[in-house]
Design a protein. Structure first.
Lengths: 126, 110
């Protein structure tokens, strides 16, 4: 079955750029049916959607993070990546990658995340 | 700060039923489809409900979802100790042009 795995440094210094990669296995990232997303969760807090990407490279981001976020895709490696610039302690969180399913409905937007990677903790500290 | 409001916690005895509300607005729940996620302690979230009331394969029918106006509800019947977890609602927000999650609800089995 489809599996996603996050990878990247667990410690990033303030003002630097956080970089993570999500490797997809058991299926193709180039499927026309899905987007691929990043979600984060600060310790002891709730979930926050960061942004999503289509295999063609089309992206959309959380407006509150848009100025600092870049999501890219490498279909040859079946991976997509997250870059978050100018990080502060507030960016300390578990970062998850997930497949975003987009339902086709007569009216209204249908989207959900399934499955999710196991998550990786990124701490911002000097 | 989330635009979807959930109660911080709910609790009930084993075998009983709990409901979790998710309150939003016309720009999110009112005009889009809701999903629900279960996050067991120390693990990644898992999809429980999509499109307001549909269950993915493998999710028991003890879990149900509904939507009315600008609110959605997750119901769990026959509560088990293994259901102790945090539960989040989620949906698209047409005004923010982004996906939003609820504040999360901790379910405790007494």
């Amino acid at each position: 079955q489809l599996q996603l795995q996050e990878s990247g440094p667990g410690l990033v210094k303030p003002s630097e750029t956080l970089s993570l990669t999500c490797t997809v296995s058991g299926g193709s990232i180039s499927s026309s049916s899905y987007y691929w997303g990043w979600i984060r969760q600060p310790p002891g807090k709730g979930l926050e959607w960061i942004g999503s990407i289509y295999y063609s490279g089309s992206t959309y981001y959380n407006p509150s993070l848009k100025s600092r976020v870049t999501i890219s895709v490498d279909t040859s490696k079946n991976q997509f990546s997250l870059k978050l610039s100018s990080v502060t302690a507030a960016d300390t969180a578990v970062y998850y990658c997930a497949r975003q399913v987009q339902g086709v409905r007569g009216s209204g937007t249908s989207r959900w995340f399934d499955p999710w990677g196991q998550g990786t903790l990124v701490t911002v500290s000097s | 700060q989330s635009v979807l409001t959930q109660p911080p916690s709910v609790s009930a005895a084993p075998g009983q039923k709990v409901t979790i509300s998710c309150s939003g607005s016309s720009s999110n729940i009112g005009n889009n489809y809701v999903s629900w996620y279960q996050q067991l302690p120390g693990t990644a979230p898992k999809l429980l409900i999509y499109d307001n009331n549909k269950r993915p394969s493998g999710i028991p029918d003890r879990f149900s979802g509904s939507k009315s106006g600008t609110s959605a509800t997750l119901g769990i019947t026959g509560l088990q100790t293994g259901d102790e977890a945090d539960y989040y609602c989620g949906t698209w927000d047409s005004s923010l042009r982004g996906y939003v999650f609820g504040t999360g609800t901790k379910v405790t089995v007494l």
